[in-house]
Design a protein around this ligand. Structure first.
Ligand code: HEM
Length: 217
């Protein structure tokens, strides 16, 4: 039997983990409009640590045969996150900001992949950026409605990819990159395993946030 394209393999293999992340109580409560804007800001802070890890290391991977093709400036989110945080928390948003332990563990794993295993970095790249281009748009819509942010404006800039005019086409191109990834079958399996780990790291952050913002009702 023919092996399915890698983009199909990684999507199928992470489907259960996706459902789990998506249905975590923090996500459901946040998207259900049950949490205050403080919870959203706290979540955005955690994302900043994760994207800093993903993007601070990106430049060093630009020429890497496996990870290099994935490094695309139009995906970069750190600046958008910083603008959102300045809006949500004020100009001193960074003062005293500390990552939750689960977030630190996530960022550290990303940094480790950047340093030691760029193919593993691809799994983290896929898990975040393709997700942001997909379900991220649902989150933006809910955030705008729940907390009254201007459409695609301050507070939700993280979800707005200004330089990607056709997300569906971009995602097709991204899947082609995955399909052509310069890795053998064993390495591809390792990338898939790392993708599951990336989802688990996200879910752990949601659980930590869920503990911080339990529903009072
Ligand atoms: C409540 C939150 C979420 C919703 C509503 C959601 C929704 C979606 C939807 C509708 C798609 C399919 C889009 C398409 O086929 O083009 C998708 C894809 C994806 N999501 Fe999510 N998602 C959520 C959370 C997450 C989280 C937390 C992650 C990981 C951190 C994630 C990662 C992904 C990835 C990687 C894909 C691309 C799958 C592929 O086509 O290969 N999502 N999401």
């Amino acid at each position: 039997m023919d092996t399915p394209p890698f983009s199909t393999l990684i999507r199928t293999a992470s489907q259960d983990a996706h459902t789990e992340a998506e249905s975590s109580s923090f996500m459901s409560d946040m998207l259900g409009g049950k949490l205050g804007v403080d919870a959203y800001a706290r979540y955005t802070e955690q994302l900043w640590f994760v994207y800093r890890a993903l993007e601070a290391g990106a430049e060093s991977l630009r020429d890497h045969p496996v990870a290099g093709p994935f490094i695309q400036p139009e995906l970069m989110r750190s600046t958008a996150l910083e603008r959102d945080l300045a809006h949500l928390r004020g100009p001193s948003w960074q003062e005293g900001l500390v990552a939750l332990p689960a977030t630190r563990a996530y960022a550290e794993r990303v940094e480790e992949c950047v340093r030691e295993w760029p193919a593993g970095y691809v799994a983290h790249h896929y898990t975040r950026y393709l997700g942001d281009l997909s379900g991220g748009q649902i989150i933006r819509d809910r955030a705008e409605k729940t907390w009254g942010f201007a459409r695609k404006g301050d507070g939700v800039r993280f979800y707005v990819f200004d330089e990607i005019t056709n997300p569906a086409a971009f995602k097709r191109g991204y899947r082609e990159l995955l399909d052509g990834v310069a890795a053998d079958d064993l390495e591809k399996q390792r990338i898939v395993a790392e993708c599951k780990r990336a989802f688990a790291l996200n879910t752990a952050v949601f659980h930590a946030l869920g503990e911080e913002f339990p529903l009072s009702a």
